[in-house]
Design a protein around this ligand. Structure first.
Ligand SMILES: [Zn+2]
Length: 150
């Protein structure tokens, strides 16, 4: 569920391009915030999102709140709290986690226990099929998100 004023055309200043919905769908498909667990392992359980001490506000590109870990804060990631115009992508690892979560919990095709990799991604996890995840805001205000496994 998202507030109606966050949808395209809504009155929520800086948060009305629809990426609140993109973000919430990310949660529904098993993603945590990029700042989950701060600078501490296991972070957000995704290997290719940099660690981040706290949520971003606005669009602080270049910020690095976890100096002991590699990479600048993922402020343009859909799973942060940046304003909509700042958000551009999910990472490949997030895409894989969403596909794995879908297969384990949402598809109705799971026949056994939840895949333990959902709680603790391993390096083996990366050897699976590649996935493309896209979420685009069209000029008419529609937001389209898709995931394709190859
Ligand atoms: Zn959230």
């Amino acid at each position: 569920m998202v507030a109606y004023d966050t949808l395209p055309g809504g009155d929520r200043n800086r948060f009305n391009q629809g990426h609140t919905a993109t973000h919430e769908i990310g949660h529904w498909l098993g993603l945590f915030h990029t700042f989950q667990n701060g600078c501490d392992n296991p972070g957000d359980y995704v290997d290719d999102t940099a660690f981040e001490r706290e949520a971003a506000s606005g669009c602080p590109r270049g910020r690095d709140t976890c100096r002991s870990k590699s990479g600048e804060d993922p402020v343009t990631n859909f799973m942060n709290y940046s304003e909509d115009a700042c958000m551009t992508h999910f990472t490949r690892g997030q895409g894989q986690r969403m596909v794995d979560h879908w297969m384990a919990f949402r598809s109705g095709r799971n026949t056994g226990e939840p895949d333990p990799r959902m709680a603790a991604p391993s390096s083996d996890w990366r050897r699976g099929p590649s996935v493309d995840v896209r979420a685009d805001a069209a000029p008419d205000g529609r937001v389209e998100a898709s995931a394709a496994v190859r």
